[in-house]
Design a protein around this ligand. Structure first.
Ligand code: HEM
Length: 127
């Protein structure tokens, strides 16, 4: 399988994105799980290192999108290790090799240039 990492240079979106100021609101893992694209009354959310991004505008994370496995989860481990397996869509990334930690930080940058930060996962360890 062709694996890929975010564009290595600047991670700038092709079309400029107007972002709101980041929010620090606590979001419980239970609420996050409900925001998986299946409930039209809720936003679609993806968390990285406990920071929650609103990815609603990208159909890739929607109910039939190619990256729906990440929706409603802190998918740090999967993003770090270029995995689409549901069992890897968990927050634990601390034990990963440095190279994968770097990939995760690059994904964090990629997401932060595209999606609004709407809160933090309650109880998340994010340093
Ligand atoms: C056959 C393998 C794959 C192909 C052909 C592929 C292709 C693509 C393409 C074309 C994009 C859009 C890039 C852009 O917007 O600039 C993308 C984005 C992305 N890919 Fe993949 N991908 C593959 C595998 C994976 C895997 C294994 C992961 C697991 C981490 C992954 C995670 C992502 C993520 C998170 C995005 C960003 C979506 C966004 O929010 O814009 N991809 N991929």
């Amino acid at each position: 399988m062709v694996e890929h990492e975010p564009e290595p240079k600047r991670f700038e979106p092709k079309v400029p994105v107007q972002l709101d100021p980041p929010k620090d609101d606590p979001i419980s893992p239970e609420e996050l799980a409900k925001c998986d694209g299946s409930d039209p009354s809720r936003p679609t959310l993806v968390a990285i290192k406990g920071v929650v991004f609103d990815v609603s505008r990208n159909a890739a994370y929607g109910a039939s999108g190619q990256y729906r496995v990440f929706a409603g989860k802190d998918a740090s481990r999967a993003l770090a290790s270029s995995s689409l397996k549901p069992e890897d869509c968990v927050p634990e990334w601390y034990d990963l090799p440095d190279k994968e930690k770097t990939v995760l930080d690059e994904w964090f940058t990629f997401f932060s240039k595209r999606y609004n930060i709407v809160g933090k996962v309650e109880g998340a360890k994010n340093t």
